[in-house]
Design a protein around this ligand. Structure first.
Ligand code: WT7
Length: 626
């Protein structure tokens, strides 16, 4: 059955139905999948625990719905279209049949190397089709994948390996990114010095970068699959068995492992993909994210493949070999739906219109944005110059924790408004609350964004620490999931996301915990204390500003190096200011509000500083005195 909504009136009716009877609504969608056994009950939930279960006692394997189910109807259709970093290297088209074989074969190879149901597998790979094969092979044998973005440092990788006690790491020799070749395997080697659970490492050869292979531990991917069968009987999973863990930053120092499970995630990523992007049979869909982030999981791999789409995967960067690369690739592969991040748009906008000139972009039907609020300026530039004024631009709001797009227009079906994520998808019930948790109804209101009813792909827990999940998302307001974002409902009833209200900053669409960056800075032997805040940045959305108390001078570069080592280059501050002290309350808490204002250059109005323990420090910081 086709679950794509095709008109505004159908949307309104569907939304109403989905709220009146969510269980019947989701059950109808779930019924379109292949289950080994259907569920006994659609939903059981309680936000206090939290304890949320969907499709209870349903048995399935998500890869049977991605692969086996599609073999008869679309075996020869391209599943993954891969565009390499170098535009002159041959691109690849992998059909559903070929993907099926690759996944089965790699599933068998993983099993032969000791991986089975429930084992955790870290995927630390570049954007090659094998990264998707690796994810799906884990899902097929019931192993739990945790993809770590290949830009994270050895330390950050080791933290994640240790937190989930991974038994295997899937990686590559190196990674081509723009003009650079980045070492990958050596980072894994370093990480593994700090962890003891990993038994096997499978290495995909991509760059031919020389690597050391540890006897008994490391195996080449091509050798692991050599002569291995192309058939594999998928493991029967429960709806609520873990599908994957994805680490994300929060307001405390340690990233948390967001857990998604098989049944609900499958139903929601499929449904949201189909409806937001209005995917038509035969379309070429391209999401430019990396599989290391949730966007890559839900809208490069799972959602599109569940819908039987052709999904394009891009290895490179937007500015290589030049700032026209995205547009070149759109024309080359006749891309119909294009989904990217505001930071990429703003970075390309800075190169002017010339890089766009050689390209027609006439295959595009839908363009999308994700990761951070898209400012009106960037919205219009994207809409006019990429969408040529006639492609609906969907501004999709969601989170690692939500698993799928929650608030967005449905392309061409519901109206769009610049810088507004607009309306919730069917089945999604967002509300805006005031500080006390009272729902603010009506229009022209602003507050904190919560969701009052579960949806199938809501996070189930944070790995190994359920209490942390409760604390972070379910304790701020009774019986509500709290997103951490502020939002506004405007006079037309559209939602606009205003950004984080907690100590999380959003740098180029990537989440950074200020505490996490501070912890890294504080590791530097000369640092006494630090405070990190976000400030408006033209291209990145938010930049990282670090105020640092240190012994001695000129240690800014060393601090940057420490952060790169402990987290990765994405966490490097844009600005480091050495200071003599930090503004603190009498109870010793850093007054970030003041630092945020100084970082943003809004020094004229710092608000009340009289409650500070050390008000004189504010003048020093303002004047840059150390
Ligand atoms: C945070 C989630 C969801 C995939 C990428 C980021 C911000 C995300 C939007 C948007 C305004 C957005 C929010 C959210 N965010 N999309 N369309 N408009 N803000 O996933 O790393 O889990 O970050 O990104 O602040 O809470 P994430």
């Amino acid at each position: 059955m086709d679950h794509r909504i095709r008109s505004l009136s159908e949307f309104s009716q569907t939304y109403e139905k989905s709220v009146e009877n969510p269980e019947a609504f989701w059950e109808d969608i779930a019924n379109s999948f292949r289950w080994r056994k259907k569920w006994d009950k659609v939903l059981k939930w309680d936000f206090k625990g939290p304890d949320v279960k969907w499709f209870i006692n349903g048995k399935l394997n998500i890869t049977e719905n991605i692969l086996d189910r599609h073999l008869e109807t679309r075996g020869d259709q391209t599943a993954i279209l891969w565009e390499p970093n170098d535009p002159d290297e041959q691109y690849q088209k992998i059909s559903y049949k070929e993907l099926y074989e690759k996944v089965c074969q790699f599933s068998n190879a993983m099993k032969a190397n000791g991986i089975g149901r429930g084992d955790r597998v870290i995927i630390y790979m570049p954007m090659v089709p094998e990264a998707a094969v690796a994810m799906l092979a884990c899902a097929r044998i019931g192993a739990v994948h945790s993809v770590v973005f290949a830009g994270f440092s050895a330390n950050a990788l080791a933290d994640r390996i240790n937190d989930c006690e991974a038994k295997m790491v899937l990686t590559s020799d190196g990674n081509f990114r723009g003009a650079k070749t980045i070492e990958v395997k050596s980072v894994v080697d370093e990480a593994l010095e700090k962890s003891s659970t990993v038994e096997k490492v499978i290495v995909f050869q991509r760059t031919k970068t020389p690597v050391t292979m540890k006897d008994g531990r490391d195996i080449w991917w091509h050798e692991a699959i050599d002569g291995v069968s192309l058939e594999n009987e998928a493991e029967e999973m429960d709806s609520e068995d873990l599908l994957f863990i994805l680490y994300t930053s929060g307001s405390t120092g340690k990233p948390k492992g967001v857990v998604h499970t098989c049944g609900g995630y499958m139903v929601y990523t499929y449904y949201s993909f189909l409806n937001v992007f209005q995917y038509d049979e035969g379309d070429i869909y391209w999401c430019t994210a990396d599989v290391g982030w949730i966007t890559g999981h839900s809208y490069i791999v799972y959602g599109p493949l569940l819908a039987g789409a052709t999904t394009m995967m891009f290895e490179g960067v937007p500015t290589y070999p030049d700032a026209g690369r995205f547009w070149h690739a759109c024309d080359k592969h006749k891309v119909n739906q294009f989904y990217t991040a505001p930071t990429a748009i703003r970075a390309l906008e800075a190169h002017g219109l010339e890089p766009l000139e050689p390209y027609k972009l006439d295959s595009l039907k839908v363009i999308g944005s994700v990761g951070e609020p898209i400012n009106e300026e960037a919205w219009h530039w994207y809409h006019l110059n990429v969408g040529k004024g006639n492609c609906p631009l969907v501004d999709t709001w969601w989170q690692t924790e939500t698993g799928g797009i929650m608030i967005s227009a449905l392309a061409g079906i519901t109206p769009v408004k610049p810088a507004h994520a607009s309306l919730p998808l069917p089945g999604i019930q967002p509300i805006i609350v005031d500080r006390e948790g009272k729902e603010l109804t009506g229009r022209n209101i602003q507050g904190n964004l919560c969701v009052k009813f579960p949806w199938p792909s809501i996070l189930r827990t944070t790995y190994g620490d359920h209490e942390r999940c409760r604390q972070t998302y379910f304790s701020a307001y009774e019986n509500l999931y709290f997103t951490g974002d502020g939002a506004k409902r405007d006079h037309d009833g559209y939602l606009r996301i205003l950004g984080r209200v907690d100590d999380v900053i959003n740098v180029s669409g990537h989440r950074m915990g200020t505490a996490e960056v501070e912890n890294a800075i504080d590791e530097h032997p000369k640092v006494i204390e630090s405070a990190v805040v976000g400030y408006p940045h033209d291209i990145k959305g938010q930049g990282i500003y670090a105020f640092v108390i240190a012994e001695g001078e000129g240690i800014e570069e060393e601090v940057r190096k420490t952060i790169t080592e402990l987290i990765g280059p994405i966490a490097k501050p844009d600005k480091i200011q050495l200071v003599k002290g930090l503004p603190k309350t009498r109870s010793g808490k850093i007054m970030r509000r003041i630092l945020r204002k100084i970082a943003s250059g809004e020094v004229a109005d710092l608000g009340d500083t009289s409650t500070l323990l050390n008000p004189e420090i504010v003048e020093d910081i303002k004047s840059g005195k150390v």
